[in-house]
Design a protein around this ligand. Structure first.
Ligand code: NAP
Length: 351
């Protein structure tokens, strides 16, 4: 290891002169670059001096156009986790030092409705990327691999809090697909001596969270209620508890995992747990609305066929080995999201 948890590979390139620097700039390929984590990770890697490439799917991808405009340093490369040939081509073109596999059908509710698609992208997609790395990479051209595993793999939890040794018991097609992705990553690491890591990340949110996820649905609805654009907020069960952190903190942990001497898996979590109800209450409070209960309606349509238990992570290993810790508290996260959505909705009103 070099300084500040940065690998020697990277330190050497940092210490070089300008010409050397540009020649040795590490290269990263990020799948899921149009998603919440992909954007934070691309920004972070750029700040670390990487050349950043983003895998984008489809022949006309509106989200990719928006992200390309906001982050002009990302070079977009076409490819789909359902298509091995496209992954091989992407790797041949980019020749990355590091591959971050964040692409997935990531919305649990959708995974119940499109279980086969979820298994294909979120599960088999990992196998395809690992195979593509084996084909294009190899001993002369080693590529480090990060897999975005999830606390949803713990589902009906076998112990609390959950750590790297806790057995999996997924409760959704999404969770099942993530278990496959996790296990195949471990299997390729052990079978082919690949530098492959899984980060078992607990829920992390931000103003860039998709509107379909409950936290963003809440903060956006609160902003619209505050501005008189909406009168109620329809939610499922308010009692599930989650371990919520800030996405910007979590992408730092992904990168740190790939800078270690040995590839290993890590749980990344705050270790705190809060009910959905608490998130809702704090979000209304951040917009100075006290009588929040009159706006919230419960609707069975938003309840999962099978709910996960109390998810709370034990990130001792990430704290001690990676030196990682979260920088944003739960109330700060909720306030950040509400303030962002208040501005977003007010700006829309003005234009
Ligand atoms: P997200 O916002 O839903 O982003 C998912 C990304 O996957 C999008 O960029 C999407 O691209 C891409 N994608 C979907 N299908 C694809 C395909 N067939 N080929 C290539 N790319 C495809 O997810 P996120 O919150 O950033 O999460 C990033 C990763 O971490 C995901 O794997 C997620 O399951 C995992 N994770 C997230 C959390 C969390 O709390 N956020 C926790 C644990 C694990 P389009 O825009 O083109 O659809």
């Amino acid at each position: 290891m070099g300084v500040d948890g940065v690998s020697d590979r990277l330190t050497v390139s940092r210490l070089g002169g300008f010409l050397e620097w540009s020649l040795l700039m590490p290269r990263a390929l990020v799948t899921g670059v149009t998603g919440q984590d992909g954007q934070y990770l691309a920004e972070f890697l750029n700040q670390q001096g990487y050349e950043v490439f983003g895998l984008v799917k489809g022949q006309s991808n509106t989200r990719a156009d928006i992200v390309a405009e906001e982050f002009p340093f990302i070079e977009m490369v076409s490819g789909d986790l359902q298509d091995l040939t496209s992954l091989v081509s992407a790797l041949e073109h980019v020749q990355p030092d590091e591959v971050y596999n964040l692409g997935a059908i990531s919305f649990v509710a959708l995974s119940f409705k499109q279980a086969e698609l979820t298994a294909n992208v979120t599960g088999l997609g990992v196998l395809r990327m690992l195979e593509a790395i084996r084909i294009v990479g190899g001993r002369d051209n080693p590529m480090r691999f990060y897999q975005a595993s999830s606390s949803e793999m713990f589902g009906k939890v076998r112990e609390t809090p959950q750590n790297e040794q806790t057995p999996f018991y997924p409760r959704s097609p999404y969770g099942v697909a993530k278990v496959f992705g996790h296990d195949i990553t471990v299997n390729y690491r052990e079978s082919y001596d690949m530098y492959a890591c899984s980060g078992i990340l607990f829920n992390h949110e931000s103003p860039r969270r998709g509107m379909e996820f409950v936290t963003r649905k809440v903060t956006n609805a609160v902003a619209r209620i505050k501005l008189g654009l909406q009168s109620e907020l329809m939610l499922g069960d308010l009692s599930p508890r989650r371990d919520w952190g800030f996405a910007g903190d979590y992408v730092r942990a992904m990168w740190l995992m790939l800078q270690q001497d040995q590839p290993e898996d890590y749980v990344v979590a705050t270790g705190e747990t809060h009910e959905v109800r608490e998130f809702v209450q704090l979000a209304f409070a951040a917009a100075d609305i006290e009588d929040w209960e009159r706006y919230v309606k419960q609707d069975e349509r938003f309840m999962r066929p099978a709910e996960v238990d109390l998810l709370v992570g034990d990130a001792t290993k990430a704290r001690t080995k990676l030196g990682w810790k979260p920088s944003i508290s739960f109330p700060e996260l909720v306030t950040m999201m509400v303030e962002h959505d208040l501005k977003l909705e007010s700006d829309k009103l003005r234009h």
